[in-house]
Design a protein around this ligand. Sequence first.
Ligand code: ADP
Ligand code: MG
Length: 340
Amino acid sequence: MLLAFCYLYPVSEIIISVNNLTKQYLQTQNSGVNNISFNIKQGDIVAIIGESGSGKSTLLKTIYGLIKPDNGEVLLNGKKVKGPDEQLIPGNAEMKMVTQDFSLNIYAKVYDNIASMLSNTDIAGKQQKTMQMMEHLHITKLKDKKIIELSGGEQQRVAIAKALISNTKVLLLDEPFSQVDSLLKNQLRADIKRLAKETGLTVILVSHDPTDGLFLADQLLILKNGELLQNDRPENIYQNPSNLYTAQILGNAVSLTRQEAEQIGVKTVKNMVVFYPEWVELKSNWNSRRFEVKEVYYKGFYDELLLERNGVIIRALQLNSGTHKKNDHVQANIGRFLEF
Ligand code: ADP
Ligand code: MG
């Protein structure tokens, strides 16, 4: 069964193409998405990251066929995804979207919510598939509970199980982790990753939280004001952000103006210098490039240091917790930095 599946869908096959997609709600200002193009490989997890209002939901709904684009098209396996005006029931049978409201029958049991997606022509098969899907999402023990008796995170698992049970090829998730606490978030991320790898499911998720994309995704898209700023593997984007915004949204980057950079001995011809705390090398010897340790933040297996020199504050990491303490003087070399 699994072999047959792999045969049908070679790993590198493009499942979705988004071509020059534009949807503007207002003509006077940039609202919606503007001329966006990218491809998605079958079985990949794609994270679309951007702040509130950047066009994430608009893009997701347009991919799913809920919004008619002003321009451009979405192809699923080479076939154009129909818009809401081109079919009776908007959406797409091979894709499923899970939004923040989950759309579950809150007075029905977990089992029945999921099973209701399958027809009654094969009762035994229906039962077996439902049980399997509940196991996949680790919700078997919630089988007989009503949705109103579940936590937000549990409801979300049910919503995903329900979305996946009817031979879904593409799962679209709008802000999937915004309602769950950090422990559950990690579990859910791991589950989504496992599901995608085990079943060949393609996942597109949108989030305002860049860490979702960095830890989870095979492909990361950065959206700002409806524009696609960068599209690459997360590690490539993190190491080589193509613009200031991307560098700032992704991590804990330090941004300095040209003047500030010069005050700590970094020369640039551009306007901004950006680096990550882990690019700062610390040495405890005496020379002119000294910083004062202003604050030490304990982070578990490392410390984050606030360092100051000539009134400029930067951040650095020390892996051996406690090496440099508050009020110590250290030499900090900015081993690598980006200029914008
Ligand atoms: P995100 O999901 O990233 O928060 P949205 O796609 O929901 O962003 O919205 C993108 C932009 O389009 C925002 O400026 C929003 O105000 C605007 N917008 C979204 N939906 C509508 C709508 N139905 N009518 C008018 N403007 C809208
Ligand atoms: Mg949104």
